[in-house]
Write a protein that binds this ligand. Structure first.
Ligand code: M6R
Length: 366
C-alpha cells in the first residue's frame, strides 16, 4: 500500500508530479489556450463582480490560501483576504452578498472551515470549495467548487494536497485574469505552457533527495530552526516550518525575510540553522542581503536557490537547487526540498512520521 516507500509521507511527496498533472488534466488545454473549470465558468459573474475574495482554511491549507492571495492579486488584480477559519468565524466578520468566499480543505471535514462556510452563506456570500476528498462535508456545503484530484493523502503531514491546492488556485486565478482582460494573450499563453512543465520540474527537484539527506543529518539535532522567504515564498517558509514542527518536534518558525530585523534576528547564533528561499526573480537581491545579515551573525544558512545560482552558493553553508520557473509558480518547486528535509530529519530522530503525536488527519472538532 505504501508502494515500496517506507512511509506514506514519502510516497505522497514523490507522487506530486503525477498529482499535479491529475489536477490540471482535462482542465488545462494549453495548445487551445483554454482553462476549463465548470465551477468557475458557471459562476464567472459572481467572481468578476466580487468586492473581494475571502479565503478561509486551517494549517497547510491556510498556507496554500496565502500563496493564492499573491497569485490572485498579482495575476487577476482581485483583492484577497486570507483568514484562519477559527478566527474568522468568531470575530463577527463583515461579509456581504458581494463577497466570494473560497474554503480550502484537503479532508473537507475541518470543523472550523465548515463553520466559516455556514456563516458566510448565512450572510449571502457565494461560497466556493477547494477540497481533495470527493463528497466530503465541505464539498457538499459549498455552492460550487473544484477538486484537487491529488488522490488519498494518508500521512498526517500534508504534502501533495498543498501543491495541488496551489495548482487549482493558479488555474482559477488565470481564468479570472483572462476573463477580466488583465492578461495579454501572450502572457496568458506563457503561463499555460509553463504550468505544463511543472510536473517535470517537480521531478527534477525531487532528485536533490540524496543531498537533502546529507543536510538533514547535519541539522537533525537542532532545537530551533528559522525559515525565511519573501513574496510568493513567504508562505512556503511558513509551510516548511510547520512541516518540521509537526513531524520532527523541532521548534521552527517561518517569517517573511524582511521581518527578521524586527525581532527574530536576536535568535541567530552559530547554533541556529536558517532555511532561506532565495530563488531568482522573487526579490532575489533583497534576500541575498538578508543572507549576508544572517552570515555575519554566524547563523547556518541552508538556501533553496534557482539552478545555476552562484551568488548565494558563495554565502550559504548548503544550497539546494530547484529549476527555474515563473515567479508565481515557484512555490510548487521550493516546497519540495523543505518537505523532504523535514521527512528525513523526522526519520533520523525516530519519530512516527505518518502519525505524529497529538495530531489527527482531519480535525473535526474545533
Ligand atoms: O483537511 P484540511 O486541509 O482542512 O486540514 C487542515 C489542517 O488541519 C492540516 O493542513 C494540518 O495543518 C496538517 N497536519 C498540516 O500538515
Amino acid at each position: 500500500e505504501k508502494g515500496g516507500y517506507d512511509h506514506f509521507m514519502l510516497k505522497e511527496i514523490y507522487e506530486q508530479p503525477r498529482a499535479i498533472k491529475d489536477t490540471y488534466r482535462g482542465r488545462l488545454l494549453a495548445d487551445q489556450g483554454i482553462i476549463r473549470m465548470a465551477g468557475i465558468d458557471q459562476n464567472m459573474e459572481k467572481f468578476l463582480n466580487a468586492n473581494r475574495i475571502i479565503i478561509v482554511a486551517c494549517g497547510t491549507s491556510w498556507h496554500a490560501g496565502l500563496v493564492a492571495e499573491y497569485i490572485f492579486e498579482d495575476l487577476a488584480r482581485i483583492s484577497v483576504e486570507v483568514e484562519y477559519a477559527s478566527e474568522f468565524r468568531y470575530r463577527n466578520p463583515v461579509i456581504t452578498d458581494k463577497d466570494v468566499l473560497i474554503a480550502i480543505s484537503q479532508s473537507g471535514e475541518t470543523a472550523d472551515t465548515l463553520a466559516a462556510i455556514k456563516l458566510a452563506k448565512e450572510k449571502g456570500a457565494f461560497v466556493f470549495g477547494v477540497c481533495n476528498v470527493v463528497g466530503s462535508s465541505i464539498a457538499r456545503e459549498t455552492d460550487a467548487g473544484a477538486y484537487t484530484h491529488a488522490g488519498p493523502e494518508i500521512g498526517v503531514a500534508s504534502t501533495k494536497a498543498f501543491t495541488t491546492q496551489i495548482t487549482v488556485l493558479t488555474l482559477i486565478a488565470l481564468k479570472l485574469a483572462k476573463a477580466k482582460g488583465v492578461f495579454s494573450e501572450s502572457r496568458y499563453h506563457e503561463y499555460l505552457t509553463e504550468l505544463e512543465t511543472i510536473p517535470s520540474k517537480v521531478e527534477k527537484a525531487l532528485q536533490s533527495n540524496t543531498l537533502i539527506e546529507i543536510i538533514a543529518d547535519v541539522y537533525k539535532d537542532s532545537t530551533n530552526c528559522l525559515y525565511l522567504g519573501r513574496g510568493y515564498n513567504f508562505p512556503v517558509a511558513l509551510e516548511g516550518a510547520l512541516k518540521l514542527k509537526e513531524i520532527s518536534y523541532i521548534h521552527a518558525e517561518g517569517y517573511p525575510a524582511a521581518e527578521m530585523k524586527h525581532g527574530p534576528i536576536a535568535l541567530i547564533d552559530e547554533h541556529m540553522p536558517v532555511f532561506v528561499i532565495a530563488t531568482k526573480k522573487g526579490h532575489y537581491e533583497k534576500v541575498v542581503s538578508n543572507i549576508q545579515e544572517i552570515k555575519s551573525r554566524k547563523g547556518k544558512i541552508i538556501a533553496i536557490v534557482t539552478e545555476g545560482d552562484e551568488q548565494v552558493r558563495d554565502l550559504a553553508d548548503h544550497v539546494i537547487e530547484v529549476p527555474e520557473t515563473l515567479e508565481s509558480l515557484t512555490p510548487l518547486l521550493t516546497t519540495i526540498p523543505l518537505q523532504l528535509l523535514s521527512y528525513h530529519i523526522a526519520v533520523m530522530r525516530g519519530c512516527n512520521v505518518d502519525q505524529p503525536r497529538n495530531l489527527a488527519k482531519s480535525v473535526t472538532v474545533e
